[in-house]
Design a protein around this ligand. Sequence first.
Ligand code: MRU
Length: 363
Amino acid sequence: MKIDGTPYRSVWVDADGWSVRILDQTRLPWQLDILRLTEAAQVAEAIRSMQVRGAPLIGAVAAYGVALALRADASTEALERAIALLGATRPTAINLGWALGRMRARLHNLPPAERVAAAYAEALAIADDDAETCRRIGAHGLPLLQEIQARKPAERVNVLTHCNAGWLATVDYGTALSPIYQAHDAGIPVHVWVDETRPRNQGAALTAFELGKHGVPHTVIADNAGGHLMQHGEVDLCIVGTDRVTRRGDVANKIGTYLKALAARDNGVPFWVALPHSTIDWQVGDGVAEIPIEARGAAEVTDLTGRTADGRIETVRVAAEGSPAANPAFDVTPARLVTGLITERGRCEASEAGLRGLYADAP
Ligand code: MRU
């Protein structure tokens, strides 16, 4: 996708042919900082600190982290050390383990001398696969918006989304935002309600930034506003991304997603979840009981970061001094609250039968 006319992916290999470039998402939307990563430890820190975030993107960046580690030491021990280091950075998004598993499967049986070139090629294949997968998710989600427009041709199509599941969260295009971009590009008058997504504000900062750069009309709302808007007929459709979908169709996503799904159900608003194949965890059935939920630092809740009028990026405390805070970063929306899943292979019911219908070849 583009920022001010320049095309970007959210991760790429530098012109030197080996170091890895990312956009620092802790500085967006205020500053466009491009970071250069040269070691696996730096990649792990970029994922942990959320300079890169979003389930598909952290998988792709971790794959490049393996390539950087092997460049320093191509032994089997170094490969396993890198996979352990990168795999321990964030627990909820299954894409991380998926990408590292794919790297291990490709590299483990190769002679060390062949591993570095193969690791870069495999990381690029993961990135390319994610971009193409997300483009297809957009194509399969587009009819949902076209159907709404056909029902009310004179009005805008209002979509509500939570967190950031756009191109910044993937390698390109996004998952939840991909159908929205395709609808906008096809001339559908789409308008997006952007949940601010406290505590880290991925909606207000990143989703609003992306949509704005692409010219998609949108409005940032407080997280608590969605139910009210749904009660008043202001939301036609919810589309969110996900960090892990169980084989039964339960959906882990950014904290607050579950409450949006409850409000959508109460108001008869369709609630769709967009995901690539790499987000499905076939080993897990019951998402509420089994998906590990990341607990992040209390400061993300007690403090807020923003840009001052004179251009400085500052963090201030908004909670009462001395009050403790809890910060579960994800929640699980049970499959029964999900209208359906949008994948690169088509749309399906959020159920084992639905997912198996599209992925009969999955392990
Ligand atoms: O903590 P984050 O910002 O990594 O959480 C991201 C989300 O919850 C996204 O909705 C999810 O990863 C899907 S991204 C296509």
